[in-house]
Design a protein around this ligand. Structure first.
Ligand code: ADP
Ligand code: ZN
Length: 616
């Protein structure tokens, strides 16, 4: 049997898949030849198989998987054990006895994958005899961007990992990440001492996610738009990301009051509460979660249909990771980002307080450019990840509605003269109020209602002015004095425009009706390249059967106290509801059904299918 045949056999028996995706096989093959590698793949791209298969293929050896997040680690191990793969973890949460047992199993060659945190590995490996270290066939460094100061999630405990290659030069190292720009990527190679690592870059495009940005909306207007959007997605699962804990709570409460059941999720909640919410969300008992960034890591829920960013994320990496939680099943999904000036100020403040001011400010700037872009958003996103993408995507708001440019000099003069007349002692929102002639008491107290510019811009809406002022800020007509209460200060260029010596162009503001995108033709639900031999193209999924199979899955999951997706993914259930297997043999070739799961589950599922067929 060739190496590839051997690997494919494992892929079928352990995971129930028929072919490798994208670069997976090349990466595995290179590793089996003891090559080092850097693997860049988007979330959901299939990174785990790249290091799991070499571990499984090693005769009496095992692969070490270094991972920073305990929850993720446990999740992967549970999933592997469900498939009958001998995987274990060594970490500080376990008792000494448990950890000692794990080491014994390693000695006995009974473990194929060892998950471990970086700090634990470095203390542990010194104690291991060569009987163990000789068996190590691979160091897989998951979330490898954590090693780099240039990455968005630097973790000091990762920096020591560079010593591994020096101490064990013959053991291949595989660094994996879903987010790395060129600088971070080079830094990973340097820090891990793998200068000759082969680089495997998969496309980061997720063409089924439509990208949309709403500029300028704040407060009630924004909330109304969110409600409108959710109403168009009734019955579908979605995540709303907010910047602060209290925002998640308020958002969830207000949505619930309007009959949209939603729950908050953030780091300060108890583990029990968080587990319950995750479980309800995964089981589709809860459709909407209002979360801080903590939510979504390590949940493999394939049918999240939309992600809303109620506040702008700190950087493109986070944005991309968060929207990536939508549409993992390959079906159409929506990403909706709200972008306003207030968030910019808050985020700038966070960046200023952070350990790496310059890096974080730059990353924020790139995020802002994305939000304000007048060109296809996917182009910006993919170019950010250094991927060449040289055409318009036709699945973003800019492609749908290319901005119309107009001579904005008069509008700019109104704004600039308002700034001038406040003696540069007002912030962006006050200027908007002055231009619109608002009767807010602060304005009157300060005598701003007496200014000549008061109300000159009353025929433009609040969000409209906010959006134009943002553009003017971007064009450099004025600066925000962060050291002076965020007051606006006119630049030299701004003066040129104010006195009519220069003209400027603005992108026409479009009042965005929140609407649902027409479903575009997408490749069929049980994505074909995963099932190379069985053709499912002609068949359609039986929705009713799918729902029944979900119930079966739920009951089985409850009985063994695991999450439903550990039993089977939605995609597997969809394949069952399409193929309708009624025998063990038929069941065994379904997407995601490996040998162990086939044994364990073929009876209840085929029984439900037969029952359904008899009734129809
Ligand atoms: P990542 O770690 O890159 O976010 P995962 O390794 O969790 O992605 O894989 C995402 C999903 O795709 C998982 O459900 C996984 O089982 C599935 N998958 C990975 N490789 C394949 C493959 N070759 N064929 C079918 N499904 C796959
Ligand atoms: Zn586009």
């Amino acid at each position: 049997m060739t190496r590839l045949e051997n690997a494919l056999m494992l892929l079928r028996s352990c995971y129930g898949y028929d072919s490798f995706r994208g670069h997976q096989w090349d990466i595995i093959d290179h590793t089996l030849d003891s090559g080092d590698s850097i693997v860049l793949m988007p979330t959901g791209g299939g990174k785990s198989l790249c290091f799991q298969i070499p571990g499984l293929m090693s005769e009496d050896g095992f692969a070490i998987v270094i991972s920073p997040l305990l929850a993720l680690m446990n999740d992967q191990i549970d999933a592997l054990q469900q498939n009958g793969v001998p995987a274990l973890a060594l970490n500080s949460e376990k008792s000494d006895t448990e950890n000692r047992q794990t080491v014994d199993l390693l000695m006995a060659g009974k473990v194929k994958l060892l998950y471990i945190s970086p700090e634990k590995l470095l203390t542990e490996i010194d104690r291991w005899s060569s009987a163990i270290t000789d068996r190590i066939c691979l160091f897989a460094v998951d979330e490898a961007h954590c090693i780099s100061q240039w990455g968005h999630d630097f973790r000091p405990e990762y920096t020591q990992l560079g010593t591994l290659k020096q101490r064990f030069p013959h053991i291949p190292v595989m660094a994996l990440t879903a987010t790395a720009d060129r600088i971070t990527r080079n830094d990973i190679a340097k820090q891990l001492h793998i200068p000759d690592a082969r680089l495997f870059i998969s496309s980061f495009d997720r063409p089924n996610i439509s990208l949309n940005v709403v500029q300028g909306s704040t407060g009630r207007v924004k909330f109304r738009q969110i409600v409108q959007f959710i109403n168009l997605h009734r019955g579908e699962s979605g995540i709303i990301y907010c910047l602060r804990r209290k925002d998640t709570e308020r958002m969830a409460a207000e949505l619930t009051r309007l009959g949209i059941k939603a729950e908050p999720f953030h780091a300060a909640m108890s583990v029990k509460e968080k587990t319950r919410i995750q479980r309800d969300f995964i089981n589709d008992d809860l459709k909407v979660v209002c979360a801080t960034i903590a939510f979504g890591m390590g949940i493999d829920k394939s049918n999240v249909r939309y992600v809303i960013h109620s506040n702008m994320p700190r950087n493109i990496e986070s944005y991309y990771q968060e929207i990536g939680r939508a549409g993992r099943d390959g079906l159409p999904a929506d990403a909706l980002l709200f972008y306003n000036y207030g968030d910019m100020v808050t985020l700038q403040h966070f960046a200023q307080q952070s350990g790496q001011v310059q890096v974080n400010m730059d990353k924020l700037k790139r995020m802002q450019q994305f939000a304000e872009s007048g060109v296809c958003r996917r182009r910006i996103l993919l170019n950010y990840f250094n991927e060449r993408f040289d055409h318009d995507c036709h699945n973003c708001d800019v492609c749908d509605n290319p901005p119309e440019r107009f001579d904005g000099s008069t509008l700019a003069q109104m704004a600039l003269s308002a700034i001038k007349r406040t003696e540069e002692q007002a912030g962006m929102y006050t200027i908007t109020d002055i231009l619109r002639g608002s009767n807010k008491s602060e304005l009157i107290e300060k005598g701003y209602d007496k200014l000549k510019t008061f109300g000159v811009g009353h025929d433009l809406g609040y969000a409209e002015w906010n959006a134009y002022l943002l553009q003017m800020l971007q064009l450099g007509l004025f600066d925000v004095a962060y050291d002076d209460n965020n007051h606006l200060k006119i630049t030299e260029y701004g003066n040129e425009v104010l006195y009519g010596r220069q003209k400027i162009q603005l992108n026409r503001y479009e009042r965005r009706d929140i609407r649902k995108r027409e479903p575009r033709p997408v490749e069929e639900p049980t994505i074909p390249d995963f099932t190379s031999t069985t053709t499912t193209t002609a068949k359609v999924m039986d929705k009713e059967l799918f729902e029944k199979l979900r119930d079966v899955r739920k009951a089985l999951a409850q009985a063994s106290h695991i999450a439903p997706y550990m039993v089977f993914s939605d995609k597997s259930l969809q394949a069952m509801a399409t193929e309708k297997p009624t025998t063990q043999a038929e069941f065994g070739i379904i997407y995601g059904v490996g040998t162990v799961k086939c044994q364990k589950y073929w009876r209840p599922f085929t029984a439900a299918i037969r029952d359904h067929l008899n009734h129809n």
